[in-house]
Design a protein. Structure first.
Ligand SMILES: [Zn+2]
Length: 206
């Protein structure tokens, strides 16, 4: 098993690749996926799914290109559907390029299997309405998107954001993970569920 990080796109969003012997799953291709495709080719890996923690533009710039290159489906939360039709999901504002249109499949929370690994999907709204967290117990890893960062949390001032919901999502679905679970966020360094429970300044005294 290997877990690689590829910062991609104009905001250097963390794109992750979790791979076994023959299959792999990718998370949040936020820019040109060439380095990821090079790795898949070099290792002879088949990409089975592309997981989108949420549909903000900086997480989806490479979605269409990666899906076309690999035939892997793009999976995301239904409540982010509105982002397929506005600037926050499709870019093209604030001097940033537009996102190439793509056709995601909406998935339900619960037990799934991606890239040959068991995965539990949680709905974790707060940063966006449809934000998902993908927990891979075997890898001891959770891909949290922009829900929670090392000693910080995701923005909640965009349309669809809600600070109370974000805090509830973290308490219910992140702080209840095994404390050694590594959290892989959309931006910045990885951390662990236990470390953030103890030290995240947004949850002190809880
Ligand atoms: Zn975001």
């Amino acid at each position: 098993m290997e877990l690689l990080t590829f910062p991609l796109g104009p905001l250097q969003t963390n794109c992750y690749l979790l791979a076994g012997e023959r299959e792999a799953v990718a998370v949040d291709p936020g820019g040109d996926p060439a380095p990821l495709l090079d790795h898949l080719r070099a290792r002879g890996l088949a990409l089975t799914h592309i997981l989108l923690t949420h549909l903000h533009f900086d997480h989806t710039y490479g979605a269409r290109a990666l899906a076309e290159a690999t035939d892997a489906p793009l999976l995301c939360g239904r409540a982010d559907k509105e982002l397929l039709e506005n600037w926050l999901g499709m870019g093209g504002s604030m001097g940033l390029p537009p996102v190439d249109e793509y056709a995601p499949t909406f998935i339900e929370p619960g037990a799934h299997r991606f890239g040959g690994f068991d995965c539990t999907v949680f709905t974790t709204p707060g940063h966006s309405r449809g934000s998902l967290t993908f927990h891979f117990p075997e890898a001891g890893a959770a891909f949290v998107g922009d829900l929670i960062f090392y000693r910080s949390i995701g923005r909640t001032d965009f349309p669809g954001g809600d600070l109370d919901e974000l805090r509830r999502s973290v308490r219910e679905h992140i702080f209840t993970l095994p404390p050694e679970t590594v959290l892989y966020p959309g931006h910045g360094p990885a951390t662990t569920a236990g470390e953030e429970h103890l030290h995240n300044p947004y949850f002190q005294g809880e």
